[in-house]
Design a protein around this ligand. Structure first.
Ligand code: NAD
Ligand code: MG
Length: 390
């Protein structure tokens, strides 16, 4: 039996992971499930999967969680320290599907105790890629990509030598506003940005898809995970979201990964790696699909892509600054304090201010440095937003 934990089990990726576990429950012993505000769902899943411990990120909800688990024998815990403690409990495989930089420390703890880390939480690679990958190496374990594009690249690279890779092409659906006239974008609402044409995901990543901040994070994730140079990484708009990534090799051959827009494929691949096992996703019918379309992204529509290029080239803690500023700008957009296009303005201003004043491009990526820089970038972003809304 494999011991597994799911961080962010109540979210979109967490629920898809549980869907797969539930189908073969006898194969798994669930150690920890963690969530945030949805205590009822966390407790229901913990009871059903007979988890050892359930953790809510919010200490104010601990009593409620205790009540919901009463009589089950399942431990209840709350807060950031409880999350890292739960990640330290021995497990073979840990799903990292918390949203945002809050996923970094549980991910590191899981690697330190030797678990394989299935990583949906792209923000932790963007903030601290070298730290995460080095922690996996030191503990003789592995980070397995779960983001669909990175799972696709990883699959295309099985049995290949990374030195033979010429280019990595990441596809983008174009998000909710891909066909909107540019002049309408400034007034786009939170509700309009929260609906995705192809994928059913959490609200934050859905809005990040509309702005392509999600793709920006994924470009940086590609560099950190596969160690390729920014010049080798391309992004292409592919409205059907069926080709997830294409790897080009030095002999001109290309390996494209094609699959339905259902995250259970990528989660299942990480769950069963290095083997494959049946996953209940739709089987594609190419004659019915008929055609696949590709086009270059418009840089004016998606300023986040140029910011990602800058971050990849600056290196060091630029990714940490970028992610923290993006999280605060997204909060401000969701709170209707700033407009849709102002998110990129805020992130650019924060990068300008912090990267110019400190030598963060060459900084060592330690957990302390990441924490400090994350904090600084959030404060600078909050000040930029105050200035914009005055
Ligand atoms: P979601 O919002 O649906 O779920 C997020 C989960 O994290 C929930 O369980 C929530 O309770 C928990 N959480 C939120 N804030 C937290 C905090 N501060 N501390 C601890 N826990 C916290 O998000 P999602 O769509 O499932 O995305 C999760 C991660 O996976 C993100 O990094 C996202 O970019 C990535 N991802 C998601 C998809 C997708 O299809 N949803 C695809 C690729 C990558
Ligand atoms: Mg993705």
């Amino acid at each position: 039996m494999r011991r597994i934990s799911i961080f962010g089990s109540t979210g979109s990726i967490g629920q898809s992971t549980i869907d797969l576990i539930r189908r073969n429950q006898a194969d798994y012993q669930v150690v920890a499930l963690t969530g945030g505000q949805n205590i009822a769902l966390l407790a229901k899943d913990a009871r059903e999967l007979q988890a050892e411990v359930a953790v809510t990120a919010d200490p104010a909800r601990l009593e409620e969680l205790r009540g919901a688990l009463a009589g089950s024998g399942i431990e209840a815990a709350a807060g950031a320290v409880a999350l890292t403690e739960a990640a330290s409990r021995p497990a073979d495989w840990v799903m990292s599907s918390i949203v945002g930089a809050a996923g970094l420390e549980p991910g590191l703890k899981a690697l330190e105790q030797g678990a394989m880390l299935a990583l949906a939480n792209k923000e932790s690679l963007v903030c601290a890629g070298p730290l995460l990958m080095e922690t996996a190496r030191q503990n003789q374990t592995k980070v397995l990509p779960v983001d669909s594009e990175h799972s696709a690249v990883f699959q295309a690279l099985q049995g290949e030598d990374i030195k033979a890779v010429e280019r990595v092409i990441i596809t983008a659906s174009g998000g909710a506003f891909r066909d909107w006239p540019m002049e309408k974008l400034a007034a786009a609402t939170v509700a309009e940005a929260s609906s995705h044409p192809n994928w059913d995901m959490g609200q934050r990543i859905t809005i990040d898809s509309a702005s392509m901040f999600n793709k920006a994070l994924e470009l940086i994730e590609t560099k950190e995970y596969f160690g390729v140079h920014p010049d080798q990484i391309e992004v292409i708009v592919h409205p059907e979201s069926l080709v997830h990534a294409i790897v080009g090799f030095c002999d001109g051959g290309l390996m494209a990964h094609v699959g339905p827009a259902d995250m259970r494929h990528a989660i299942g691949y990480a769950l069963n790696w290095p083997n494959r096992a049946a996953v209940p996703v739709e089987r594609l019918d190419f004659a019915r699909i008929g055609q696949l379309n590709f086009r270059h992204p418009d840089p004016a529509r998606y300023p986040a892509l140029a910011l990602a290029d800058r971050v990849m080239r600056e290196g060091g803690l630029a990714g940490c600054v970028f992610n923290a500023a993006k999280e605060i700008a997204l909060d401000a957009f969701i709170a209707q304090r700033i407009g849709f296009l102002q998110m990129a303005q805020v992130v650019e201003q924060v990068l300008d201010q912090i990267m110019a004043s400190q030598d963060l491009g060459n900084a060592v990526i330690s957990l302390d440095n990441v924490r400090e820089t994350d904090h600084l970038a959030r404060n600078v972003a909050a000040r930029c937003i105050d200035a914009l809304t005055d």
